[in-house]
Design a protein around this ligand. Structure first.
Ligand code: ADP
Ligand code: MG
Length: 256
């Protein structure tokens, strides 16, 4: 599905990814964990083709095609999808119009209106999203959790094959997280070849979506790979930084 080879990437002249390597096969779920600012979101932006990020070296091969020369919309047409950590608001464009335009652009033909309405109705119900949300401006005034659900709605409508979910669980309440998890699992059942790259700080979502691999990123590359147990270990012990003792609110000492 996706092969990232010796990727070195920069933002604003700062090297963020440094000789990064990762291979993701069809149908696999890979999880990336790592401290803030190590380049997790940068990786997703580079895969998606955000022109603010510079690729200094390396290759990204998607189903046999080197995608680095392709524009973002061309990558999206190939089935690459990114649910962003901070989804953008688009004032004046309704969710429904946005999705229909995106789908038409992806398929390179106008989508049948009746089929589109049916599709969006089903997706909305499966995500337990209220009707009105589909007719509001994209993400405008949405709460953090609602924005994340809206990213999953986009995934369900566009039906990509390589899906990156950047902190899809941040700001999402426990019930909504369950719905998001269930929808990811439903999607995997429907498209067993679809692969996922999930960036998270916690194991909450991984209780629903079973990862095949959990990777720890530090200093621009993967420094450790394991499975769900590694995610659990990180949740409990952190990333093995030097132990810092801080004072808790009740005056006791807490090791962090
Ligand atoms: P994270 O692992 O938390 O997702 P990011 O990939 O967002 O980290 O960021 C990696 C580093 O690049 C951070 O130090 C961040 O401050 C920096 N960075 C990201 N985007 C920009 C930008 N647009 N301009 C300058 N620095 C940036
Ligand atoms: Mg990030």
């Amino acid at each position: 599905m996706l092969e990232i080879k010796n990727l070195t990437g920069k933002i604003e002249n700062k090297v963020v990814l440094n000789n990064f390597n990762l291979t993701i096969n069809d149908g696999e779920v890979h999880v990336i964990m790592g401290p803030n600012g190590v380049g997790k979101s940068t990786l997703t932006k580079i895969i998606m083709g955000d022109f603010n990020y510079e690729v200094v070296e390396g290759n990204i091969i998607y189903n046999g095609t080197n995608i680095l020369k392709l524009k973002t919309d061309e990558r999206a047409r190939l089935g690459i999808f990114l649910a962003m950590q901070n989804p953008l608001e688009i004032d004046g464009v309704t969710n429904a119009d946005f999705l229909r335009t995106a789908l038409s652009s992806k398929n390179q033909k106008n989508v049948n209106l009746y089929e589109f309405i049916k599709k969006i109705d089903t997706a909305k119900q499966e995500l337990m999203m209220p009707d009105e949300m589909v007719h509001r401006s994209v993400n405008k005034g949405f709460s953090g959790g609602e924005k994340k659900k809206n990213e999953i709605l986009q995934m369900k409508i566009l039906e990509p094959t390589f899906i990156m979910l950047d902190e899809i669980d941040s700001g999402v309440d426990v019930d909504a997280l369950k719905i998001v998890g269930n929808n990811i699992n439903m999607y995997r059942k429907k498209y067993p070849n679809a692969s996922f790259l999930i960036i998270t700080h916690y194991t909450h979502l991984l209780k629903y979506v079973k990862p095949d691999f959990v990777h720890v990123v530090k200093e621009g590359k993967i420094v450790k790979t394991g499975d769900y147990k590694l995610a659990k270990e990180i949740e409990t012990n952190g990333f093995n930084f030097e132990k810092v003792v801080i004072e808790a609110f009740d005056g006791s000492e807490v090791s962090e």
